[in-house]
Design a protein around this ligand. Structure first.
Ligand code: NAD
Ligand code: HSO
Ligand code: ZN
Length: 426
């Protein structure tokens, strides 16, 4: 890794804003989705054999109550305690987001308002290819629970022994997931969107995943709603001279270890910090269990960028729009007002990114690939829909009838005008 000056930086390499550009991947995902639509579960069994190397024809796709019970026997008390504390933190944070229906009576006797209603059935994708993510079970399911969703259907790829990690199943039970199926990748997304012989289709799919999952969500959008494009993880750290290279390197690797396509970027106006952090990354890679993945990510989509000032670094962050943005500077709160395009911001030395991944309470399902310009973190609103309420009184309609009819006739819609005037014929 060499330090790059801002003016020589290839932003396209770093932002990977190319979910739709790789035609081969798009095509492959489209074929998988079509196959599931055509052959249902037989297609899922075949694809699961191909990608997850396990044959589930005997056991079927759905996780049983016995498997969940067995999972509880296989997790430690300490794990359960930590999971339940994380759950409480996530619930408490998301309960603050919940909005309620409102009705506003007016003096003319009319009532206007908005009903806020939970979606009935949602699908949550929990990644499980190169790592398992019980934390993502909580992050997807708990906002749905707070919203009041009745049916929460989880899909996740099986391990080669045909099971899901006990910690994932326990997290599902603790979070209130109502059905769990062992199917991942684009085929898991297709199953949720179109249904199969045993899986009833859902109204919306949320959750992060690798590039196949993300492209599949993009392709089924319209048949179902989706939350956002939450693909391979990203971190951008803006650091001043107070930064400590060993800590910065650890934070960069925390996201690089997710995926070869993950992106970890360090930005500073201090050349020495950049140099020392690059060296620390090399040292830490030596005994990192997922070094192969993390190194591939660091070498392909990583960068150490020299800027002329913190302000220039902040502007770069808003341009790249990273999923996670760490502000490791002396006065992090003083920069908060300038944060625009990031999924989540982590303020200061004692807010390393994994605090948000697991525990603090805010959601870790965040927009990636530059989509933080327009998407928000997964939240309670995303599991609800709104219905407008209009209750006009006679007085109100009499007052407004003429103007409504005029507007209707200006659009050439006579029947609309007459529907209003019909009330006052006799
Ligand atoms: N943005 C977020 O909030 C967030 C949170 C957690 C994880 N992540 C990201 O989720 C991703 C998890 O990826 P993962 O791979 O570990 O798990 P995954 O569950 O997303 O993907 C695994 C599945 O991908 C499919 N697949 C693999 N190779 C394929 C191929 N050649 N052709 C077709 N399908 C194929 C298989 O079906 C496999 O089961 C990582 O990129 C990680 O960074 C993001
Ligand atoms: N950093 C991931 C989101 O990009 C979320 C996660 C789950 N577990 C660990 N990390
Ligand atoms: Zn993470």
């Amino acid at each position: 890794m060499r330090i790059e000056n801002l003016n020589e930086l290839d932003l396209n390499r770093l932002t990977r804003k190319s979910y739709g550009d790789d035609e081969t991947l798009e095509q492959r995902v489209a074929e998988i989705i079509k196959l599931v639509q055509k052959d249902g579960e037989e297609a899922i069994y075949k694809l699961t054999e191909e990608f997850d190397h396990v044959n589930l024809r005997q056991s079927g796709l759905q996780v049983t109550a016995e498997e969940i019970q067995e999972a509880y026997n296989n997790v430690s008390e300490n794990y359960l305690r930590a999971l339940r504390t994380a759950k409480a933190n996530i619930l408490s944070y998301h309960e603050k987001q919940k909005r309620t229906s409102w009705l506003e009576p007016n003096l003319d006797g009319s009532v206007l308002g908005q009903l806020l209603l939970p979606l009935k059935r949602v699908g949550i994708y929990v990644p499980g290819g190169t790592a398992s993510y019980p934390s993502s079970v909580l992050m997807n399911a708990l906002p749905a629970v707070v919203a009041g969703v009745e049916e929460i259907v989880m899909v996740s790829p099986p391990r080669t022994d045909g099971t899901l990690l006990p910690e994932v199943l326990v997290a599902a039970a603790e979070a209130g997931v109502t059905e769990v199926y062992k199917v991942g990748g684009a085929q898991g997304i297709a199953a949720l969107a179109y249904g199969t012989e045993t899986i009833f289709p859902v109204d919306k799919i949320t959750g992060p995943g690798n590039i196949y999952v993300t492209l599949a969500k993009k392709q089924v959008f319209g048949t179902v709603d989706i939350d956002m494009l939450a693909g391979p993880s990203e971190i951008l750290i803006l650091v001043d001279e107070t930064g400590r290279p060993e800590e910065l390197a650890a934070d960069l690797l925390s996201q690089a270890e997710h995926d070869r396509l993950a992106s970890a970027i360090l930005v500073s106006s201090n050349q020495e910090i950049l140099e020392k952090t690059i060296a620390a990354v090399e040292r830490q890679l030596e005994d990192l269990p997922r070094a192969e993945i993390a190194r591939a990510s660091w070498e392909t989509y990583g960068a150490a960028v020299l800027v002329s000032s913190l302000q220039e670094g902040m502007d770069l962050a808003n341009k790249i729009a990273p999923e996670h943005f760490e502000l490791v500077v002396e006065e992090p709160f003083s920069w908060l007002g300038q944060v625009r395009n990031v999924g989540a911001v982590f303020l200061g030395r004692y807010s390393p990114e994994p605090v948000g991944d697991y525990f603090a309470g805010p959601n870790h399902v965040l927009p990636t690939g530059g989509s933080a310009r327009f998407y928000s973190p997964l939240n309670v609103d995303m599991f609800m829909k709104k219905v407008s309420v209009i209750g006009y009184s006679e007085t109100a309609l009499k007052r407004d009838a003429q103007q409504i009819a005029l507007l209707a006739r200006s659009e050439g819609l006579e029947a609309h005008a007459r529907a209003v005037e019909a009330r006052f014929k006799d």
